[in-house]
Design a protein around this ligand. Structure first.
Ligand code: FES
Length: 350
């Protein structure tokens, strides 16, 4: 069967208007990419695909013509020969960028609203046995999600809730038990959990533990629930997702595994765990806002005008449509956990 031409190894960002149909080029030969030019598909087996948006939309239209979700990119381009490009800027160009360092509040600020937070250098939220740090929130520049870190020496944390937001948890250190609205889940390092809207959770551990808590959409504070009464949403009994190497997806030289996503009842957002080998991806953007927790390894976060060092324990905040590249500089690679919102496919970039 005839193959479509790769018009572009990356998708095309376009703003579509409600009820104004587009004809997406399927053959890859059009001279008006990503749209059909009305003639170049003649003599091929391909016909354009007509799509009518119901509302105004920002979209990424597939340029490689191999997507499984036409006309939209699904990340297939990353795994095509030459599809995952590395950064070709010279050392001189990179050396000219502003080098951002961590300020007294524990945050290194890069271009726009992008930053790297070092929780170990952040103050606040101190209790006798636990502390809660705000790492990402609207007041820190986020528009869609929030991220908190609950550190517990031992024993049990307070019960936390957010009202109507989803919460996605990641246990970065320790083991113990997470209770979600009265239902107990045994947890160990590397597990992800989903707490549905209107539920509460608490963590209990015999020793030191670190639990990251994302709220979707973002809230300004993680509320302590004085009388935790709300009921467990029994329509979704399975809340815990563990690391499972057989569930990995490849993305160029990188790989990732989805943790909490729509299979766990989370709509329009996703949590994943990924590995970056020693490498430097080219600059790219996403249509989602992203929080990336660095679990191991070290590297450099590049923006267009600035850069900063990142190391295990840091958290990277990437606004929507923000140009960036995360370079891993250690031979052992870098492990990260990400939460993306709005959006549910971490392999889509442009
Ligand atoms: S450009 Fe084709 S899948 Fe992304």
């Amino acid at each position: 069967m005839q193959e479509a031409v790769i018009a572009s190894p990356k998708p095309y960002y376009r703003e579509l208007k409600a009820n104004r149909p587009i004809a997406w080029c399927r053959c890859g030969r059009s001279e008006r990419q990503p749209f059909c030019d009305g003639r170049s598909h003649e003599g091929t087996a391909f016909k354009p695909l007509v799509y009518r948006p119901r509302a105004d939309e920002e979209v990424l239209l597939c340029g490689c013509k191999r997507t499984g979700t036409p006309p939209f990119c699904d990340g297939t381009h990353n795994n095509l020969p030459g599809g995952y490009s590395t950064d070709l800027r010279s050392d001189e160009e990179r050396g000219a960028l502003r080098r951002s360092t961590t300020a007294a509040d524990g945050i290194a600020r890069l271009d726009g609203r992008c930053y790297v937070a070092s929780p170990a250098r952040m103050a606040g939220g101190q209790g006798a046995h636990s502390r809660t740090l705000k790492i990402i929130s609207r007041s820190l520049g986020a528009e869609h999600q929030a991220l908190f870190l609950v550190e517990l020496k031992s024993g049990s944390s307070p019960a936390f809730g957010t009202g109507s937001a989803d919460m996605v948890l990641f246990l970065a250190r320790g083991s113990g038990s997470v209770t979600i609205s009265g239902r107990d889940f045994a947890v160990r390092e590397g597990d992800g959990l989903h707490v549905h809207p209107n539920e509460w959770f608490r963590i209990a551990s015999p020793a030191d533990c670190r639990l990251f808590v994302s709220t979707l959409p973002g809230v300004e504070e993680l509320e302590q629930v004085a009388t935790p009464t709300s009921e467990f949403d029994a329509r979704f009994p399975n809340r815990l997702v563990s690391v499972d190497q057989t569930m990995r997806s490849e993305m160029g030289p990188r790989y990732f595994q989805m943790l909490v996503d729509k299979a766990a009842g989370l709509e329009g957002a996703a949590q994943f765990i990924g590995h970056i080998p020693q490498s430097r991806a080219e600059m790219h953007r996403h249509l989602y806002e992203e929080a990336l927790i660095v679990l191991s390894g070290e590297g450099i976060l590049w923006n267009e005008e600035s850069c900063t060092d990142v190391t295990a324990g840091d958290v990277i905040f990437l606004p929507r449509k923000h140009a960036h590249s995360l370079e891993c500089i250690g031979a052992a690679g870098m492990d990260v956990v990400g939460v993306i919102y709005p959006g549910d496919n971490p392999s889509i970039n442009y």
